[in-house]
Design a protein around this ligand. Structure first.
Ligand SMILES: C[S@@+](CC[C@H](N)C(=O)[O-])C[C@H]1O[C@@H](n2cnc3c(N)ncnc32)[C@H](O)[C@@H]1O
Length: 233
C-alpha cells in the first residue's frame, strides 16, 4: 500500500515514519510512504500558499492553486492516481469501518491543512473526501494524517505480526465491541487480584467471561460518551 502525505511541515513526519511498526513495515516493503512539501508547488519568489478569506474573517486560507497543483503532480508519479483525502474538522468522522475501507485501497493521498483550512474549491477540484479525526480542532492536519496512516497500516497484511490480534481489537469484527479488561503478572497488584476465572485454564469459560466483559465495557463506554449533542441555538 502507498501513502502520499502533502504538508507544509514535512519535518514533523521524520520520527513518526522511522520508528516502531511503521519503520519496520517500510523497510520490509509492506507500505510505501512519501512526504511532499506543498510549498514546492507554489509559484513566485515568496512561494505563497495562503491568502486572506474573501468576505473577511480571521486568519488565512490555503489557496487552491498550490494545493491542487501539488496533488496532481504527486498523482502523476504513479499509474494509480489514488484516493485523495483532505484532513478537515468538518469532514466525515474517522472510525474503524472507514479505516478498514481505506486499508482496502492501493494508494491514499493525505493533504494536511494549516491556518484556517482549505479554500472550498479544492475538494471538488480533486474529487477528494474530507475526513476528521474527531470533534475538536488541531493546529494542522499532520497529526490527523499520522492517525490515519497508523490505523490503516495496522490492517495491511504483515504489518502487525499476529493478524488475529488485529481481528480481536476494539471496534473490529462483526459486532465492533471494545475490549474488556486484560491482566498480566503479577497476580496481585496493590491488593487487586487477577480475576480467578483467568487462572482456571478452561478456555471456553474464559472466552465466555471475556465476551461478557467486552459487552459491559461497550455499554459503559456508550453511556459515558454519547454523541456530541447538536446545539439548537
Ligand atoms: C486550525 S485548523 C482549521 C480549522 C477550521 N478553521 C475550522 O474551524 O474548521 C487547521 C487544519 O488542521 C487540520 N485539522 C484540525 N482539526 C482537525 C480534525 N479534527 N480532523 C482532521 N484535521 C483537522 C485541518 O487540516 C485544518 O485545515
Amino acid at each position: 500500500m502507498r501513502f502520499d502525505i502533502l504538508t507544509l511541515f514535512p519535518d514533523l513526519f521524520t520520527g513518526f515514519l522511522s520508528g516502531s511498526l511503521l519503520g519496520a513495515a517500510r523497510t520490509n516493503g509492506l507500505i510505501d510512504i512519501s512526504v511532499t512539501d506543498i510549498r514546492d508547488h507554489a509559484e513566485g519568489v515568496h512561494r505563497q500558499v495562503d491568502d486572506r478569506p474573501f468576505g473577511g474573517g480571521p486568519g488565512m486560507l490555503l489557496m487552491p492553486g498550490p494545493v491542487v497543483g501539488c496533488v496532481e503532480a504527486v498523482q502523476q508519479q504513479q499509474p494509480n492516481p489514488g484516493h485523495v483525502i483532505l484532513l478537515s474538522p468538518s469532514g466525515r468522522r474517522l472510525d474503524q469501518p472507514l479505516v478498514e475501507s481505506l486499508a482496502a485501497r492501493d494508494r491514499v493521498i493525505l493533504v494536511c491543512g494549516r491556518y484556517e483550512g482549505f479554500d472550498a474549491r479544492i475538494a471538488p477540484a480533486l474529487g477528494a473526501e474530507e475526513i476528521s479525526v474527531g470533534d475538536y480542532v488541531l493546529s494542522g492536519g499532520e497529526v490527523a494524517a499520522m492517525v490515519i496512516v497508523d490505523a490503516v497500516s495496522r490492517l495491511v497484511p504483515g504489518v502487525i505480526g499476529d493478524a488475529e490480534s488485529a481481528r480481536q481489537d476494539s471496534f473490529s469484527g462483526a459486532d465492533r465491541l471494545v475490549e474488556g479488561p486484560q491482566y498480566t503478572r503479577p497476580r496481585e497488584f496493590r491488593g487487586v487480584p487477577v480475576p480467578d476465572i483467568l487462572l482456571c485454564g478452561d478456555h471456553a469459560r474464559i472466552a465466555s467471561w471475556r465476551r461478557a466483559q467486552s459487552l459491559e465495557a461497550t455499554r459503559r463506554r456508550e453511556a459515558h460518551a454519547p454523541p456530541v449533542p447538536a446545539r439548537t441555538h
